[in-house]
Structures are given as C-alpha cells and as structure tokens.
Design a protein around this ligand. Structure first.
Ligand code: FAD
Length: 432
C-alpha cells in the first residue's frame, strides 16, 4: 500500500502527489498529523498557533477528509508526532511508498529526518514541490543561489521564460475496497489547548477553511461580484471582505494551489475583462513565489536577527513597547486599530501589516523576530516564507533596496482619511 502524507497541500484538486499516488495502481491511504509542537509556546512566549488558524485548519482537514472519502480514500487523522505514529502505520498497512509535498524549512525538515530514522530502510519517500506558481524545474536559474536579490529582476526574468503549468484534475475515484475502517477523529480546538471563540462580526475574513470554501471564494470574488476587475484600485483597503481576494489563508495551508487561482484569473480574462487588476492579482502571487525562492536560497538565515542582509542594527527588546503594540495602545490609533483587529480576528490587511511592522522594527527598533513570531502565532494565513520574507523586508534585513520607514500619520491620511477603519476597531472595542 502507498501513503499520501498531507502537510501544507490540503486539497484534492491540482495535487501532484495525490494524482501520482492514485495512478500508481496500488491501494492508497492518506494521513494528516496535528503535531503537538505546533501548539506549544515559542521562544518569545507566544503560542505557535493561536485559535484562529487552528480553527481554520480543523475546518480544512474536515473538508479534505470528506473530499477524499468521496474518492474512496481514507484520511487518518492524529494528534501526535509523525515520528511516533508513522512507524506503526507503515508496519500495520505494509506501506512501501510515502508521497509528500517537499518542504525545506528547518522544522519541517527535522520532522522528516526523525521519521526516516524511526522506520525500516527501503521505504521510498516521493517528495514534490507543489506550492509554487512557477515550478522550480521551470524557472531559468540552474541553482537557487542564482535567484536575484531584487523582486523585479526575478519577476521579469520568470515572466519572460517560465509558463505556469496546467492545474491537475481531481484523481479518478478508486474502488470501494480501497476504503478502510477509519476510527480516527479530527481533534477539537480544546484538545489542541485552545479555547472556543465566537467570530467577530466586524472581521474582514468571515470565511471557513477547506478547499470547497476556497473555490466558493473564487467564484464569488471573481465571477459573481466581479470584484477582481477592480482589485488594483481596492487592494489597499481596510474594511470588509471585498477589497482583496482573501485567498492567502487557503493558499497557506495548500487547500488551493496558486496555479488553480492563476487559471481562474485567465478564465475571467477570457470571459469578462483583462486589465491591470487581473494582472495585479497574478503579480502578487509572484511575490508569494519570490519569498519561497528567497527562503530556498537563504535557508535558515530568514529566521536570524540579521536576516539575509549584511546591514547590522541595534535591536532592542522592551516589554512595555511589546505590550502596547500587541494591546493596541500605542500613540498611533491606526496602528492600534490594526493590532486590535489582529487580536480579535486573526486577520490584518496588507496595508495594516506594512504599517505595524514598520512601527515595530523601524520606528521602535524592536527585534523584528518578535514581531514576526507574534504574527506567526496570530495570523489565519500564516505562511513561513511570506511572513518571514515580508518581515525581513519591512525591517531592513531583507531584499528591499529602498529600506523604507513608513510615515504612519501620512499613511493614515491616505488610507483611512474618513477614520472609518480606525473607529471600527478602536471605538467599538470600548463596548466589548
Ligand atoms: C509583515 C507582513 C507579514 C506578512 N505575513 C504573511 C503571511 O504570513 N502569510 C501570507 O500569506 N501573507 C503574508 N503577508 C503578505 C500579505 O499581507 C498577505 O498575503 C495579504 O494581505 C493577504 O490578503 P489577500 O489574500 O486578500 O491578498 P491579495 O491582495 O488578494 O493578494 C493575492 C495573493 O497574493 C499573495 N500576496 C499578496 N501580497 C503578498 C506579499 N506582500 N507577500 C507575499 N505574498 C503576497 C497572497 O498569497 C495573496 O493571497 C505579510 C505581509 C507583511 C507586510
């Protein structure tokens, strides 16, 4: 029997491993682990995963389980470490091949190594990059070390020489016999050590996890409302779900692939309109790819205090500045509104993220890794490469050739002139 080990590729459409495994002629089984290490306290004192992302993940895995069931594939779900559970599964089901998405960041690589050390020799691991818009085999660089420092150079070269691969279909339904008696259960939020919460009605991200919901979001943002055609003008918005695609959370855990989104944008362009906005959504997906390639190029440096830059700064760590930032009690009500939104919903707009990050690490010179770790804990759409890449960029230890600092008063005037956004999160908060 073959095993598909799901990690950040929680979908049945355009999933290379699932297609290959189900076409190999063997029976297949699938597994997902809620790894307890992802719910522990990190070195800066934050829970690695807070309730918002955990809830979204529980919904995602539940959706995946159902979608796989419809293909007669059983998804076993465990709350435990892969290296503790996989050896038993391998023996019990006589597993020969394990298919999984290729991840390279140190924590993921360490888990895989632990697994490999705990199992009999001869088990084959088939790992594939499946999280990119432009597949690593298709970009015009022989080695990741050649990835340019500057995004524009990377983008222009890839746009000229690289095509986006077609999205793969859902695998064919397997026969009923492939299905196992599955006695495993998806854990509860409480069993992950997190508390139940009520969704905040003000949230700009009122969505649930799962591939089906991601597809629904594409239908509604692209085809029903046609908001996509104005994306470039609205993308710096702050209030409500319509100003940007909100696809990041599904992309982050792989319940939708960037290729699928790309091909839906192309469909929209054919059926309705091709303009700067439709291009810009794809442009942002290129940024997403860029940070993944930067992470491949620089490895663990993206987690280090100097990042990938040679610049050195005097980083500070002041507990009262930290508390004020997190609680939304700084001198800028715009920063406060964004930080309160994050704390209450797990979401913050891109404009907000740029400002609060600049405030933290540029204006206050606080250790940027603390800010990044707080985002890692809170964000529904946390993605290791996008988070650490953007944080390095915003903190002057990344790729930004301009090394900017945001003038928060000017930003507030420009993006929240009416004060509606700031009021939504600072005033209502008084009555909670
Ligand atoms: C300090 C900081 C931390 C961030 N942390 C994360 C993170 O953990 N996870 C994450 O997905 N994004 C992160 N971003 C990038 C960006 O803010 C979000 O991707 C975006 O706000 C998500 O909203 P959306 O899906 O509506 O984006 P849209 O504007 O609709 O963009 C479409 C897609 O393009 C990608 N994208 C857009 N902007 C960026 C960007 N700057 N970098 C990389 N990809 C981008 C996302 O996948 C997004 O879903 C961070 C940005 C900053 C400044």
């Amino acid at each position: 029997m073959d095993l598909v080990w799901f990690r950040n590729d929680l979908r049945i459409r355009d999933n290379s491993n699932l297609i290959d495994a189900s076409g190999a002629g063997e029976s297949i089984l699938a597994v997902y682990f809620f790894d307890p290490r992802h719910y522990q306290i990190d070195e800066f004192g934050f829970k690695k995963t807070e309730k918002y992302r955990a809830q979204f993940l529980l919904e995602t895995v539940s959706d995946l389980k159902e979608n796989l069931n419809n293909l007669n594939i059983s998804l076993l779900v465990y709350l435990g470490k892969p290296e503790d559970i996989l050896p038993e599964l391998i023996e019990k089901y006589d597993i020969k091949n394990i298919y999984l998405q290729k991840e390279w960041t140190s924590e993921e690589a360490a888990v895989l190594l632990n697994v490999q050390q705990n199992i009999p020799q001869g088990i084959k691991f088939i790992e594939k990059y499946d999280q990119f818009l432009w597949h690593p085999d298709d970009i015009p660089y022989n080695h990741f070390s050649q990835i340019p420092k500057v995004f524009t150079n990377f983008r222009k070269t890839c746009e000229k020489h690289t095509s986006v691969r077609p999205a793969k279909k859902i695998p064919k339904k397997l026969s009923q016999e492939n299905r196992l008696d599955n006695t495993t259960h998806i854990p509860s939020l409480q069993s992950l050590g997190l508390e139940h919460f009520k969704r905040d009605s003000r949230s700009a991200f009122p969505f649930k996890g799962g591939e089906n919901q991601a597809l629904e979001r594409i239908q509604s943002y692209f085809f029903k409302s046609k908001n996509l055609k104005n994306y470039k003008e609205t993308r710096n918005g702050l209030v409500g779900s319509a100003y940007s695609s909100k696809l990041s959370a599904w992309l982050a855990n792989g319940s939708i692939s960037p290729r699928t989104i790309y091909w839906y944008v192309k469909k929209f362009e054919e059926e309705y309109i091709k303009n700067d906005s439709t291009y810009w959504l794809i442009f942002e997906l290129m940024w997403r790819d860029f940070f993944k390639y930067i992470s491949l190029k620089h490895g663990d440096s993206i987690f280090k205090i100097n990042g990938i830059s040679t610049a050195t700064y005097e980083w500070k760590s002041n507990n009262s500045i930290r508390k004020e930032w997190i609680d939304g009690a700084t001198k800028y009500s715009f920063v406060n509104a964004n930080m309160i939104e994050l704390a209450k919903t797990g979401w913050m707009s891109n404009r907000g993220r740029q400002n609060v990050a600049s405030f933290w690490s540029k204006e206050n010179q606080q250790d940027w890794r603390i800010g990044a770790a707080y985002f890692e804990s809170m964000l529904i759409d946390y993605d290791v490469h996008s988070n650490y890449g953007n944080w390095m960029y915003a903190s002057g230890v990344g790729n930004d050739p301009r090394d900017r600092i945001f003038n928060i008063e000017k930003q507030t005037e420009r993006y929240d002139a009416s004060g509606n956004y700031t009021r939504l999160w600072t005033q209502n908060n008084l009555f909670d």
